[in-house]
Write a protein that binds this ligand. Sequence first.
Ligand code: NDP
Ligand code: 2IT
Length: 445
Amino acid sequence: MDARLEAIRDTVLARNPGEAEFHQAVVEVFESLGPVHDRHPEFLEAAILERLCEPERQIIFRVPWADDQGRVQINRGFRVEFNSALGPYKGGLRFHPSVYLGIVKFLGFEQIFKNALTGMPIGGGKGGSDFDPRGRSDAEVMRFCQSFMTELYRHIGEYTDVPAGDIGVGGREIGYLFGQYKRITNRYESGVLTGKGISWGGSLVRPEATGFGTVIFTEEMLKTRGTSFDGQRVVVSGSGNVAINAVAKAQSLGATVVACSDSSGYIVDEAGIDVGLLRQIKEVERGRLKDYSLRRSGVAYVEAGSVWDVDATVALPCATQNELDGGAAARLVRNGLIAVGEGANMPSTREAVAVFQEAGVLFGPGKAANAGGVATSALEMQQNASRDSWSFEHTEQRLTDIMVGIHHRCASTADEYGEPGNYVLGANIGGFVKVADAMLAQGLI
Ligand code: NDP
Ligand code: 2IT
């Protein structure tokens, strides 16, 4: 790392003790930014990096609710409003027992650069709770969401901060959150949340957008090597919103997706995953992946080990951070891997990224490859602002154009800085310069 940036990194790490994921995200970005500061010494003089690493505002709050037995439960809620240089804070809410400030800050930090890469007017933020929705009834999830919004409402707004979904937060939760916001404020403010239902202000394609976008970005990377998804053997991790739609899109482009996972195990379906059955089990029944293997012949369900034990030519990690380590990366590379598109945020460890890059595998980092979700959220905001709703075809074309544009921006930035094919460098520099320029223009705030 550039020596000037090392000193800033050390300060950031010391100021934020015990936040391993935030440290990892910061260090990964800093490693790309040395050459930018050679060209732009004004960024150092204006302390852009020090400012970028300090969230503009961090909110931590109590979320009390009553379970179905009438027992009082307490969770912790977070919203980190990281950077508003390019627009209102924008980013999802994650409900998962592992959530703590370090996770929310890593996600919020990544979101700044991701949102900049989309070219849309959105700043970076993230939030969530250590609430575990698994095994909770609809009524419990509703009461939790209502209590969460009873504090969050005072911090968000169409022009301030616009949350959406992430792990554990989908259409159902956004519905309960929106209902409570409306009730408290007496305002039908569509643009305050994205990922809404189609009949009440949502956008077509938003549910599919992250998974579709990841595949579109990966297809663009494959094209640079004269190939495509057609005929590839693909493994996807996770079986949630991003994973299911990545499976669907990859198969529509002629790939065979042979495996996917949840936190209990993974399935191997050599015939290619039946997306209809997967949606039925995961989206309609909220069931476990094991059920898939019980309802379709020729499918193996594996509880031990990792989905990355399954060979693939293209890997799409779509579950969670640090799910793919150096050992798994080396095994995949030995067995013929040519490309990785990160649907999840930071799913590959630093060791895994190094293995992929040294082996010459096409590697699309999450902040570029999964930006289709937030980009389509910005399209939802656009539709809300003009009280319009677009067709599926039009919205999907906008998403495609945005993903092709992000790929182009990353690739051309990597070329410009003398590292062709390095999408990590391209994404970090491409996103950073845009935000840094805006921060300089807006003065010391
Ligand atoms: P969902 O809650 O819909 O699905 C998450 C999936 O990942 C589930 O299959 C879940 O399994 C699995 N998973 C979650 N945590 C773990 C864990 N600790 N270990 C193993 N498996 C785990 O979330 P999304 O599909 O929305 O999100 C997936 C990833 O994509 C996240 O990294 C998210 O930040 C990222 N992302 C999401 C976007 C969106 O629009 N939703 C946009 C951009 C990125 P189980 O059900 O067993 O817990
Ligand atoms: O990580 C992400 O980009 C998301 N969870 C989506 C954020 C959004 O505001 O749509």
